[in-house]
Design a protein around this ligand. Sequence first.
Ligand code: SAM
Length: 213
Amino acid sequence: MRFRNKPWAGEKIRQYPQYVISEPETHKGKWHEVFGNANPLHIEVGTGKGRFITGMAAANPDINYLGVELHMGVLASALDRLIEAELPNVKLLNVNAAELLSYFAKNDISRLYLNFSDPWPKTRHEKRRLTYKSFLDLYEQILIDGGEIHFKTDNQGLFEYSLVSFSEYGMLLKNVSLDLHNSGFEGNIMTEYEEKFSGKGNRIYRCEVQYQS
Ligand code: SAM
């Protein structure tokens, strides 16, 4: 993704504290208070411009959603979507996924989505991949027991790498698809990248994986 310099993004984000959580560490272990209910919380790590998380929130009003995005300028685009959608069950976090333990306690999250994560194809950058074992360990520390990761990408190399990483971590692989859009899967909500790259003819890979207690 290209990151355009958006000097106004920080100011805009500050204007919408109801959508972009400003001090996430204060909600660790009690995120239900932020949403005002005890519904399950699902997060998308690397949410980009927010198409998926907003679509999921609209389709599933009994689930709370948080989009985690590192880049403020990108998050500002996701914020525009939230403002327009006016949904009570979706919010955003402008933080680095590597620091999720600062913001979430064990059992805070029921499911984690990774969509079109940056592939970091060079071997020396393996540790940056969001499906590297240290990230799987981190996610396990904030998910419920038996929590799941749902992962989509058009990058075959990242998908193959991730299947091995999930498997070596001891996770249960479920519903693996090598061609999501021709798989009969119902209820798929496309991300921005998914729309762009499937539009170019790329196949979309998807899997669900579950932590084993
Ligand atoms: N999920 C969106 C989609 O499918 O359209 C965006 C995909 S884009 C390739 C990856 C996104 O992940 C970027 O917006 C990037 O800023 C974000 N990202 C990458 N590393 C991150 C990290 N460590 N923490 C939070 N977000 C991250």
